[in-house]
Ligand binder design. Structure first.
Ligand SMILES: [Zn+2]
Length: 145
């Protein structure tokens, strides 16, 4: 797992989803609203709020699924958003699907602690419940409260 993702020009990622996960994780950790401005088969461009210079652009090498960072600017001119508005339940359900699968009774407290540990931010219990419910659908079983 990428706990402290950092980026460099020329850095390789095995595939697009791993690159995107690293970017999402990075944005989450910093409380920034990173979004994917361009996202197609061959390239991904991640940007921040309008006016913020932050950008990471990666594209595929030849026909392989490998993505390489071509351009980036990790400087931010925006404000930190503690509300985690985009750190939604789908992301959390996917991010922690292994833990949730291994332990369907994973408590809200345990889930919250993991998010605090990984991102240094506190999700609302509503977000946690929604994430568990979503993971439950993904994993096809019910959680017991
Ligand atoms: Zn920014």
């Amino acid at each position: 797992m990428l706990r402290n993702p950092s980026f460099d020009i020329g850095m390789h990622f095995p595939n697009k989803s791993q690159f995107k996960e690293a970017v999402i994780h990075y944005g989450c950790k910093l409380g920034r609203k990173i979004w994917f401005k361009k996202n197609d088969k061959n390239r991904v461009r991640a940007a921040c709020e309008e006016g913020c210079p932050f950008v990471i652009y990666a594209s595929r090498i030849d026909e392989s699924p490998t993505l390489v960072i071509k351009t980036m600017n990790l400087e931010h001119d925006c404000s930190v958003d503690q509300k985690l508005f985009w750190m939604n339940s789908t992301f959390m359900a996917q991010k922690y699907s292994n833990e949730l699968r291994a332990d369907p009774d994973w408590s809200v407290k345990g889930f919250t602690a993991a998010i605090q540990r990984d991102f240094g931010l506190e999700p609302s219990s509503q977000q946690i419940y929604r994430a568990r419910k979503k993971a439950c659908t993904l994993n096809k079983y019910d959680f017991v409260d």
